[in-house]
Design a protein around this ligand. Structure first.
Ligand SMILES: [Zn+2]
Length: 126
């Protein structure tokens, strides 16, 4: 007896921001790749279909896009991330060893006088 079927796996390729064609918002879109594979005895053998979609996170519409578009969007996002990550990585002032100027701490914070002073209890009862 053959047990066969198919299984779809979703890969999120990128989260990119572009103008949605439906709601018109410059919303971030989840670029996904859905790979449906033929399985035999629950073992995925070969892909039946591969489709790429971009879902608007604002209005939720899911558009089919071509593989070329998906690759292009993914490359765009990777470039954007590389630029974003490179910028704050440089220390702005590497010649300042101590970045914490001591400001404003009172050396002796005023101690409240409310501590119980032992040994000065009035001796009562005599
Ligand atoms: Zn939208």
């Amino acid at each position: 007896m053959l047990i066969w079927g198919w299984r779809t796996r979703i890969y999120v390729l990128a989260m990119t921001t572009f103008l949605c064609g439906r709601c018109g918002n410059p919303a971030s879109h989840a670029v996904r790749k859905a790979v449906t594979k033929f399985t035999l005895f629950f073992i995925p053998l070969f892909p039946i279909s591969v489709k790429y979609t971009a879902q608007c996170t604002f209005c939720g519409i899911e558009n089919r896009i071509s593989k070329e578009d998906a690759v292009r969007l993914q490359a765009q996002e990777e470039q954007g991330q590389a630029q974003q990550q490179a910028a704050p990585g440089y220390p702005p002032h590497p010649s300042q060893p101590q970045g914490f100027p001591q400001q404003g701490y009172p050396p002796h914070p005023s101690q409240p006088q409310g501590l119980p002073q032992q040994g000065q209890f009035p001796q009562q009862g005599q």
